[in-house]
Design a protein around this ligand. Sequence first.
Ligand SMILES: CC(C)(COP(=O)(O)OP(=O)(O)OC[C@H]1O[C@@H](n2cnc3c(N)ncnc32)[C@H](O)[C@@H]1OP(=O)(O)O)[C@@H](O)C(=O)NCCC(=O)NCCS
Length: 231
Amino acid sequence: MLTLEEVFPPFALRISCGPLELRVLRDEDLPELVELIRGGIQVPGLPMPFLNAWHEEPFAPGCPDGFPTTSLGWWWTQRATFAPDEWRLALTVRRDGDLVGMQDLHAKDFAQARHVMTGSWLGRAHQGMGTGTLMRQLVVGLAFDELDAGRCESGYIVGNHASSAVSRKVGYVDNGRRRIVQRTRQGKVGVDEQRVIVTPATFIRPDDQVSTEGAEVLRNFLGIHRAAADS
Ligand SMILES: CC(C)(COP(=O)(O)OP(=O)(O)OC[C@H]1O[C@@H](n2cnc3c(N)ncnc32)[C@H](O)[C@@H]1OP(=O)(O)O)[C@@H](O)C(=O)NCCC(=O)NCCS
C-alpha cells in the first residue's frame, strides 16, 4: 500500500532549520491551527495585513458561515487545485514542535515564468522573535535552490513595519507600489501596497544549516525539470 506522501507528494516536503520546521498543512494540524488563529494575529494599531479579513470572522464552530468553516474551503482548496500550472504550498510553521504560523509559497505558470510569490503570518504570541524572518528565508531558499525559481515576489500594506523589516532582512528590494482593495469586516477599503522582490543575487540566507526532504518528489509532481538533469 502507498504511503500518504506517495499518494500526494507535497506531503513529503519537510524543511527544517534551527528550531523551525515547515511542512504542508494536514488535516490533523487543523485543531491546533484554529486555536492559534483564535489567539489573534493582527497587532492593534497596525494595518490589517490580508486581502480578506478571514482571521476576524466570528468564531462559530459547526456553523456554515463562521470561523473555522469559512477558512476550511481555502485550506482544502490548496490541495484540491494543486497542479503544475498553478500551485500553492500552504506550509505550517512549527517552532520547537508547536504550530506558530503559516508560510505559503505559490506560483502560476511556473515552468515558463520561474517566478513565485509568498504570504505569511504568525500568531501574536509568536511574533517578534525572528521566526518571520527565518520562515521566509526557508521558502525563498526552497524556491531558488530546489525549484530553480529566478525571483520571489511579495508585498505588504504600507505601515506593516514587521513585514517590511522581514523583507529587508531576507534581501528583498522595493518593486513599486500599487493601490489594492481589502475586504474588511467594515466593507471594502483601498490601501497602498508596497511590492518587494528578491533574486538569488540579493537573497540573504539563514545563518544555520537548512535541511530539506521531499524536494525531488515535489519537483516531479510539479513537472519541474532541472537544467543540470536535462543536459
Ligand atoms: C510579519 C510577521 C510575519 C513578521 O514575523 P516576526 O517573527 O514578527 O518578525 P521577526 O521577529 O523576524 O522580525 C523581523 C524584523 O521586524 C522587526 N519588527 C517586528 N515587529 C515590528 C514592528 N511592529 N515595528 C517595527 N519593526 C518590527 C524586528 O525588529 C526585526 O528587525 P530587526 O531584527 O532589524 O530588529 C509577523 O509579525 C506577523 O505575522 N504579523 C501579522 C501578520 C502579517 O503582517 N503578515 C504579513 C503579511 S504581508
